[in-house]
Design a protein around this ligand. Structure first.
Ligand SMILES: NC(=O)c1ccc[n+]([C@@H]2O[C@H](COP(=O)([O-])OP(=O)(O)OC[C@H]3O[C@@H](n4cnc5c(N)ncnc54)[C@H](OP(=O)(O)O)[C@@H]3O)[C@@H](O)[C@H]2O)c1
Length: 395
């Protein structure tokens, strides 16, 4: 059997790098294409090691450096480069491991090329889940979740009757501020926000895990991936991050998936699907864990979670608005323009003040995204003006 040809979009990031290590350790998988934003140095190393057919960098200058550093590999560049890469290389599977809304066009191109999708880029599902899932169904491709919670639910649903699902549970560690005094958490520094108690992840998803906006995005992601209404999706705080997701069925049975908090497990599951790969992973020592704890989300303390349900209630382009406002607010926090505690307030205000377009097309989604960023920027500017100008960037 020939090896499955995989394109990794976002190969220099946290998910992308872990995926490459898994592919390096497998005879059944091979890399056919790699893409990133601007980190040409790491991409050049990856080209030397994995010998892809072609690569893409969004940043044109960085692509010029990469072309100089690598001989004989086709380098595409610019904002359309990832999409062109997918169309040119026609992989068997595309792993969307890029961060942010820029992932949408390449995700749609992958479906167009009938490549299976391993989806880490939840943003594309939050923005355009209806379009992605409808086109994936008509293209007859697999859409495999990489997010650990959704991978867990996918595994629990396998072979089950969909009509028998009563509820699904998404777990959340609660992030670094679960037990902090609220006012102190609102003023947390970037370094404190990035100090996640259980997961090692990229910067944006780590910041979203501290506000719990990540769970709002995951509620919308679960809705589209598993065709579930809001009433059937529940979020539980689970500080140990050992139980990633669970499904309750009509007979009262609950199936759950557990594992050490390592993204390598769900990434490997998606890459190798439908085969479950043997891996040298650290065994889960439940006795050493001592206990598994669960709490309901304190919605006053973590108001972000409710915004996920609000998006499902409003439908249409609401997901695109939520995602764009969050990207803008998180970027403003990283740039030192707003305090951590203002991120969720800004996102909520943008969502509440925006009208949702019920017509979901790529154009209406992009328009909603642009308008939400404009509204978020106005609110960010007002916070800056109120605090007497720019704070120190936090990088
Ligand atoms: N990390 C996790 O454990 C985890 C868990 C669940 C879900 N996810 C999801 O997986 C996705 C990736 O997360 P991550 O933590 O791996 O992010 P990350 O470490 O920040 O990496 C982001 C990747 O995206 C690339 N990128 C950024 N802008 C781009 C653009 N305009 N065009 C092409 N590539 C671009 C980056 O390239 P450069 O390095 O060149 O900037 C990098 O390769 C996100 O959607 C996240 O929500 C991540």
């Amino acid at each position: 059997m020939s090896a499955k040809r995989i394109a990794i979009l976002g190969s220099t990031g946290s998910v992308g790098r872990q995926a490459l290590e898994l592919i390096a350790a497998s005879d059944e998988l091979t890399v056919c294409a790699l893409a990133a934003g601007r980190n040409w140095q790491l991409l050049a190393e990856q080209v030397g090691r994995f010998k892809p057919q072609a690569v893409a960098l969004a940043d044109v200058r960085a692509a010029e450096e990469l072309t100089r550093a690598t001989a004989g590999v086709c380098v595409l560049s610019g904002p359309e480069a990832m999409t062109e890469l997918v169309r040119r290389v026609r992989p068997d599977m595309v792993l969307t491991a890029m961060s942010g809304s820029t992932g949408l066009p390449a995700t749609l191109a992958a479906i167009d090329c009938k490549a299976d999708l391993a989806v880490a880029n939840k943003e594309s599902l939050v923005m355009a889940g209806q379009i992605i899932m409808t086109s994936a169904r008509s293209a007859g491709i697999n859409v495999l979740p990489v997010d650990s919670e959704h991978s867990a639910i996918f595994q629990c649903l396998h072979g089950q009757q969909r009509g028998a699902v009563r509820r699904v549970f998404l777990t959340a560690s609660g992030g670094p501020f679960r037990t902090w005094p609220e006012r102190r958490a609102g003023q947390a520094s970037l370094q404190e926000v990035l100090n996640h108690p259980t997961w090692q992840m990229g910067r944006k998803v780590t910041i979203d895990s501290a506000t719990l906006m990540n769970k709002a995005l995951e509620i919308v992601e679960a809705h589209w991936l598993f065709d579930l209404p809001a009433e059937k999706i529940e979020v539980l705080i689970h500080p140990e991050s050992l139980l990633h997701g669970a499904v309750e069925f009509a007979d009262g049975s609950v199936l759950a998936q557990l594992g050490s908090p390592s993204m390598a497990t769900p990434i490997a599951f998606a890459l190798h699907y439908p085969r479950r790969p043997a891996r040298a992973s650290a065994p889960l020592d439940l006795a050493a864990a001592g206990g598994l704890h669960f709490e309901r989300v304190d919605r006053r303390r973590f108001p972000a979670v409710e915004l996920g349900f609000e998006v499902l209630r409003r439908g249409g382009t609401a997901g695109a608005i939520l995602n764009a406002a969050d990207e803008a607010a998180v970027a403003a926090f990283v740039a030192g323009r707003i305090p951590f505690g203002r991120i969720v307030e800004i996102v909520r205000e943008v969502l509440n003040s925006s009208s949702v377009n019920p017509e979901v097309t790529v154009e209406s989604i992009l328009a909603a995204d642009a308008e939400a960023r404009r509204r978020a920027e106005a609110l960010i500017g007002a916070v800056e003006a109120g605090s007497g100008g720019r704070r120190q960037p936090q990088a």
